[in-house]
Ligand binder design. Structure first.
Ligand code: 1GP
Length: 244
């Protein structure tokens, strides 16, 4: 296990709830805003999810953030091979567990792995699951989304992820989803894979929802759209979960 993951694990084990800010490199968050989140105790900046960027754009963005003195772990959250950039601190090395297309389960990973090793990037082995709406990630990833009403299935996915040796599990409702992952689904995944770093994102827009999601057993929440559209509300969520 690498340095970034070990630090997240240490925080998880101390009972701390984590906040991951998401910046889409196609329309990246301003460094001054990222700095504000870092000062409020954000635990990492996830970068990725874009079709329309090259690794060069991502390296440039990370350099800009570092020049501003921002010391957050910069973790790639790749939407494809074009999102792999060597200056990041780590990458969520994801397999889209409920894709119908083997490319997103193992094909992209085979193409990416030699490059990740060559760049010396820390890989965090992560199961990724699309729930409900799924947004663009669900469409691009050719997922069979877990229905909002049948979230008990997530417990089985979590157990499978754990037995396969994955160390993190990301429940994704889709960026800007009308509804986030239901709390029952979060609780079910928590029971299914107790050791996993459980990450939940997509459609989290208020502190009550965030509090419920971490209360149901999520270790980390991801906030992207809200940070872009209403940063003060997103900061309020961060403050809330740090007090949870
Ligand atoms: C998307 O889970 C993330 O991949 C965050 O979603 O943009 O809705 O916060 P939002």
């Amino acid at each position: 296990m690498g340095r970034v993951e070990a630090e997240l694990k240490r925080k998880k084990e101390s009972g701390e709830k984590l906040f991951f800010l998401l910046s889409d490199p196609e329309k990246p968050l301003e460094p001054s805003l990222v700095k504000k989140f870092a000062e409020h105790g954000a635990d990492a900046l996830l970068i990725g999810g874009s079709l329309n960027v090259t690794p060069y754009h991502i390296d440039e963005y990370i350099a800009k953030l570092r020049n501003e003195g921002i010391r957050l772990p910069f973790i790639l959250f790749p939407g494809g091979l074009n999102n792999i950039a060597g200056s990041a601190d780590a990458i969520l090395f994801m397999t889209l567990l409920n894709s119908l297309d083997p490319y997103w389960i193992i094909g992209a990973q085979v193409s990416a792995a030699p490059l990740i090793k060559m760049l010396g990037l820390e890989a965090i082995p992560t199961g990724y699951i699309i729930v409900g709406h799924g947004g663009a990630a669900g469409h691009i990833g050719r997922a069979l989304p877990v229905p909002y009403e049948n979230t008990y299935v997530l417990g089985a996915y979590a157990a499978a992820a754990e037995l396969l040796g994955l160390r993190a599990l990301y429940l994704e409702a889709g960026s800007g989803a009308p509804r986030p992952v239901p709390v029952e689904g979060v609780a079910s995944a928590r029971r299914g894979g107790e050791e996993l770093l459980l990450i939940v994102g997509g459609g989290i827009r208020d502190k009550e929802t965030a509090r419920e999601i971490v209360g149901a057993g999520a270790d980390a929440i991801v906030v992207g759209t809200l940070a872009e559209k209403a940063p003060e509300k997103a900061l309020d969520i961060l403050d809330t979960i740090k007090k949870a």
